[in-house]
Design a protein around this ligand. Structure first.
Ligand code: MCN
Length: 767
């Protein structure tokens, strides 16, 4: 007992750290062929003709397909909140008569090995007629802008206007209005392991097996079954180890259709592993938005209203996330504050750039940056400390549950529980805020540019509608937990084992957790939206409770004792106070076989399934605090201190939650300071290698102090838990932009905070 809440080490680590994990490139099927994808070199062009004749004759080539060979295959559908208006710009597995971004797949070449496939790719001749590209979302709105998709009348693929309360009246009576234009740059998740896939078709049985799809294997199975015209039960997706997902990996991409399609067409296994250049042009991009934020306040700092208009750069097609990032931004922008009137006008604009999707903290990274910058600007204008303006506006705990009045992911945003002011107070104490302000004053006297930043946010986690768990005890007494979740590296094997062990009186290390295999777990939701702990955790809890009851009933029957006199210890059911009177799990598993005498109402087999269902998300919350120093000569930034305070409701494994927050913060810091997918005027991606797309290293990521609290358990699930996968990321742009603005005395308007941009701000401050 006591495994729930214990910081046990990850049980996946021994195999991963000793090189025994099997990643997708380790899946070697005999006789496998290799795929290379020919991609458009143009941002926008008509495809006039494709000549594959020379490539077909190249050594080792087995097959080449273009869109014409795919017949009437349908485009890849939207997974999250599909809207009818999005259908016109979905992506087909291969571009048909037009290419719309650099990297758009045009042809798929299959050969004996990867070298042969890539060599043959050079020989495919495509006749393009270049068209003028739309490289910037605002440019895409002007009257004579080219259309990215001619089936639509404009480049706006979706727009909406959220209104809560009387915004106009609130602005009319405000003592102060602050306005700012804020820009978030395009960047994305860059896992160590790129995407990849191996597919094999058993023509005799008509069964397709695929290794590699992660994150949402059950959803992808359904889509692929439809596209490939197979019954779902003959499509079998297996998740190997994953070297990072972060939201971008595991969605259904064009290659996820091409690989199995070609394996079926050729009758041999086909494998593909994305290279880094491909990753940066082909995998979803994210985050690019331009906001016009306005805040109306009373002179005491009370917020009366917030108004925001923003453009979301959607890229060239609508992929599986639809317009989720923009929807989450507009729904979550009000954050932890009581804002009586709120308006958000959103336009998602198509551009001739890589299509976009979600990346760790989608919509909240952007919203937190925008809102928290606006609050700092207001505090400055009102002569208030940034802490004070936040304190005056927090939604108080007694207002919970708090209906924000917005909605996203088909659910209304209603905060379940939270004590935002209390968390901020604890964070300030741990960070020693007054001492940092003192140090800042001393540094200023010496001419040093030291700044302190704060970023408060509410997260959303635990998206439904359901997750499944099945727990089985085999005839040797071994415990297996089957879950519909996927493991991206976040540690779900360990935490689900902890929940199971808690109820069954065993060591978590003795629980085998099986996930991500659609043949053995027919239903599941997958790993996204920080839903694993809430959804899979509560499903495991329900199934483990059921199994515990069954073990006690069976044990009572066999031991001729009352269930209330029994206990589960070390894989045995035994009589409390008489440990020698007991039965092992193996004995009970045999006693539960069909044909054995069972107590009334107990079904055969030690095998219990449970589903946890919910229609509402849970809302953890956090505070990031940082102190930075800017080098006025070089624009270089040093993070002197960084604290994340986060309330997770209840932690299954505090050490894992801390790890999630630290890892998330490293990505948030990278996205704030360094990472940018930059395009030139022709729509060419100019940061397509790690020479230009800069990732944070241990030199840029400071020690991150974590203050983990459990003040506000969720009332929406029996375990009271909330998710933790993204809270480390979402506060980073706010806290760092506020700290840099504070250090230099000039407002940060644009990310990333590269040295040249910071230097420009320093120059401006000295003018
Ligand atoms: N946890 C816990 N107690 C809680 C909440 C979480 O012990 N109250 C643990 C969980 O058991 C799990 C981890 O923390 O081990 C994250 O749980 P959760 O917040 O439920 O998130 P998911 O399991 O749904 O994972 C997805 C989430 C997202 S959306 C992204 S993106 C992300 C992330 O988690 N990608 C990751 N963390 C990642 N971590 C790694 N290493 N790699 C990724 O690709």
């Amino acid at each position: 007992m006591g495994w729930f809440g214990a910081s046990v080490r990850r049980q996946e680590d021994p195999r991963l750290l000793t090189g025994r994990g099997r990643y997708v490139a380790d899946i070697r099927r005999a006789d496998a062929l290799h795929l290379a994808v020919l991609r458009s070199p143009h941002a926008h062009a008509r495809v006039v003709g494709i000549d594959v004749s020379a490539a077909r004759r190249a050594p080792g080539v087995v097959d080449i397909v273009t869109a014409a060979d795919l017949g009437s295959v349908r485009p890849i559908p939207v997974r999250l909140s599909p809207l009818p208006s999005l259908v016109a710009c979905l992506q087909y597995p291969l571009a048909r008569d037009c290419v719309r971004y650099v990297g758009d797949p045009v042809a798929a070449i299959v050969a004996g090995d990867r070298y042969q496939a890539e060599d043959a790719r050079e020989l495919v001749r495509v006749h393009y007629e270049p068209l003028r590209p739309v490289v910037d979302a605002a440019e895409g709105l002007v009257a004579d802008a080219p259309l990215v998709h001619t089936l639509l009348p404009t480049n706006v693929v979706a727009e909406w206007d959220v209104q809560v309360g009387d915004v106009q009246a609130a602005f009319a009576e405000a003592d102060l209005v602050v306005r700012e234009e804020l820009r978030i740059q395009r960047h994305t998740g860059v896992p160590l392991e790129t995407r990849g896939l191996t597919a094999e078709f058993d023509a005799g049985r008509g069964v397709l097996t695929m290794w590699g799809p992660t994150k949402v294997p059950h959803f992808n199975r359904g889509v692929l079954a439809g596209l490939l015209e197979l019954p779902e039960h003959r499509v079998h997706l297996v998740e190997p180890e994953v070297g990072g997902g972060f939201g971008v990996r595991g969605e259904l991409y064009p290659e996820d259709f091409l690989v199995p399609f070609l394996a079926m067409r050729i009758g041999r296994p086909v494998a593909w592993v994305e290279d880094r250049l491909e990753h940066l042009v082909a995998t979803n991009h994210s985050r690019q938005q331009v906001h016009q934020i306005e805040l109306a306040l009373r002179c005491d700092g009370t917020i009366l209203a917030m108004r925001d208009r923003f453009l979301n750069d959607q890229g060239a097609y609508v992929r599986t996330h639809g317009v989720t990032v923009a929807a989450l931004t507009s729904a979550m922008l009000p954050g932890p504050y009581r804002i009586p009137a709120y308006r958000s006008e959103v336009a998602c604009v198509l551009t001739n750039k890589t299509p976009t999707g979600t990346y760790r903290g989608p919509g909240r990274f952007e919203a937190t940056f925008v809102r928290e910058r606006a609050l700092d600007l207001a505090a400055e204008r009102l002569g208030l400390d940034p802490v004070e303006i936040r304190r005056r506006n927090f939604i108080p705990p007694e207002a919970m549950p708090y209906d924000v009045g917005t909605a996203a992911l088909d659910t209304p945003i209603v905060f379940d529980s939270g004590a935002y002011g209390a968390l901020l107070d604890r964070a300030l104490e741990r960070f020693d805020y007054p001492a940092w302000r003192l140090r800042q004053r001393e540094a200023r006297v010496q001419g040093r540019l030291v700044g302190i930043g704060i970023g408060c946010f509410v997260e959303k986690t635990g998206l439904g509608p359901y997750e499944t768990a099945r727990i089985e005890i085999d005839l040797s007494g071994g415990v297996v937990l089957y879950s519909g979740i996927a493991n991206l590296g976040q540690g779900m094997e360990t935490t689900l084992a902890q929940i199971c062990a808690e109820h069954l009186g065993i060591d978590p290390a003795s629980v085998t957790v099986v996930h991500g295999d659609t043949a053995v777990i027919p239903h599941g939701g997958g790993a996204f939206a920080s839903r694993g702990a809430v959804m899979a955790g509560n499903a495991a809890d329900l199934a483990a409770r059921q199994l515990r009851e069954k073990l006690l009933a069976l044990g009572a029957h066999r031991l001729e004792a009352a269930p209330s006199d029994l206990e589960l210890v070390d894989g045995r059911v035994r009589v409390a106070g008489a440990p020698e009177r007991g039965l092992s799990f193996a004995e009970l598993a045999r006693a539960a076989l069909p044909g054995q005498p069972l107590p009334p109402g107990v079904s055969p087999l030690l095998d219990e399934t449970a589903h946890f269902e919910t229609t509402h998300m849970t809302y953890p919350y956090g505070v990031h605090l940082a102190a930075v120093e800017v080098d006025g000569e070089t624009g270089q930034l040093e993070i002197l201190a960084y604290l994340i305070a986060y309330d997770v409701g209840r932690a299954i494994n505090p050490m894992l939650v801390e790890g999630q927050l630290v890892g998330g913060a490293a990505q948030g810091i990278g996205g704030t300071l360094l990472e940018e997918l930059r395009y030139d005027e022709a729509g060419q991606l100019v940061s397509a290698t790690f020479m230009d797309y800069l990732l944070p290293t241990s030199a840029e990521v400071p020690h991150i102090d974590i203050l983990l609290t459990e003040d506000a358990p969720s009332p929406l699930n029996p375990l009271g838990i909330k998710g933790a996968g993204e809270g480390g990321t979402v506060g980073a742009p706010a806290v760092l932009a506020n700290a840099v603005s504070d250090a230099i005395g000039v407002s940060v308007r644009e990310l990333p905070l590269t040295p040249d941009r910071v230097l420009e701000m320093v120059r401006k401050s000295r003018m």
